[in-house]
Design a protein around this ligand. Sequence first.
Ligand code: FE
Length: 131
Amino acid sequence: MKLGEKVQSGDWKQEKHLPVIECADAAKAGEKLAVTVSVGKQIAHPNTTEHHIRWIQLFFQPEGDKFTYQMGQWEFSAHGESAQGANQGPAYSEPTVMTSLTLKKSGTLLALGFCNVHGLWESAKEVKVGG
Ligand code: FE
């Protein structure tokens, strides 16, 4: 058994768990690239105390590089918990992240998201980086 065998993928337009990576297809080397990663863009994922997206991580795999780089990780901590009970709280974290990256090489952005009941989900987006 390998962890990768348990990471699910697919089409985010049909599967609500898939992280959606949005950014320009091409960037200039060394310039900031704005990136948004979200879960539930097309089909909303539940956001309840019992069932929610707990975290998203973003990685970069440079073309031709053996190794993968972690670019960030974000936890979503509020899901309606409160002293009054589950789903009675005043606040919910939404699984949307806006960040920016500076890349020197072309490669692939890889997002990994975790649903507390439906496990791990991944998606990818290529970025061309030029001079
Ligand atoms: Fe789920």
